[in-house]
Design a protein around this ligand. Structure first.
Ligand SMILES: CC(C)(COP(=O)(O)OP(=O)(O)OC[C@H]1O[C@@H](n2cnc3c(N)ncnc32)[C@H](O)[C@@H]1OP(=O)(O)O)[C@@H](O)C(=O)NCCC(=O)NCCS
Length: 207
């Protein structure tokens, strides 16, 4: 674990040195850790009204700069790492992001995606989902992966069905920036992804 207590300049360089960027390579996209260069395109998402329609939260410049970006940039340095928020990058660059959160005390992880609206309809979410499921089951070795979507978010529902997740029905209402809304829960087990769940005896401390 890297540390540079008390010296912010040196700390930033040390962070860059210590960072080993995670990359999940797809056909047209790569999912990778956030970098300092992602700052402007990430903040620019705040004007993409269409993107936020069915999301639980919004991105705005103030919270992006003071809370979200610092957290995203430090995430790869955490050990153990609780979540994997990864930029979706295509040939043109930053296209949004996707993420996996491991649920503490369980053998499961939640995932989701947030693409800028000029990248919709190209199959990127489908490709990202397959990369995330493969990473979650084969590398993180979780037993169950799950996602929720707004019942009106037809594209999200379609992507999850297309990737083999099972619709478990609506959840109770959750707080979103548009108020309390239900979600639809989708799950998939490791066995359905073609990966045998690891027995608890086989688990190691690197998880
Ligand atoms: C939801 C989202 C991730 C989908 O990304 P995408 O890359 O456009 O999705 P894909 O192209 O991989 O697949 C979309 C599927 O939904 C279908 N679809 C999209 N809009 C549809 C509509 N209005 N009616 C019916 N089907 C629709 C597409 O035809 C495609 O299915 P197909 O391959 O069978 O034709 C993207 O729109 C997004 O990021 N939205 C904003 C953030 C968000 O809502 N995230 C989800 C939070 S849970």
């Amino acid at each position: 674990m890297c540390s540079a207590a008390g010296n912010p300049d040196w700390g930033e360089r040390l962070d860059a040195y210590c960072r080993s960027v995670l990359r999940l390579q797809g056909n047209r996209i790569v999912l990778r850790d956030f970098l300092h260069d992602d700052r402007e395109p990430f903040i620019a998402l705040e004007t993409d009204e269409a993107m936020f329609t069915y999301m639980k939260f919004r991105v705005d410049r103030a919270s992006a700069e003071s809370i979200q970006l610092p957290r995203l940039l430090r995430e790869p340095l955490l050990d153990p790492r609780p979540s994997y928020n990864l930029v979706v990058q295509d040939a043109k660059g930053f296209s949004g992001w996707s993420g996996i959160d491991r649920i503490q005390g369980t053998d499961s992880a939640q995932f989701g995606w947030y693409l800028r609206s000029d990248r919709w309809g190209r199959g990127y979410a489908t490709e990202a989902t397959r990369l995330l499921l493969d990473f979650g089951f084969s590398t993180l070795r979780v037993a169950t992966m799950w996602a929720t979507a707004d019942p009106e978010n037809v594209a999200s529902l379609r992507v999850l069905e297309k990737c083999g997740l099972s619709n478990q029905g609506p959840t109770d209402g959750v707080q979103t920036w548009r108020g309390l809304r239900p979600r639809v829960l989708f799950t998939i087990e490791a066995g359905h992804w073609g990966v045998s769940p690891r027995s608890s005896e086989g688990r190691d401390s690197s998880d």
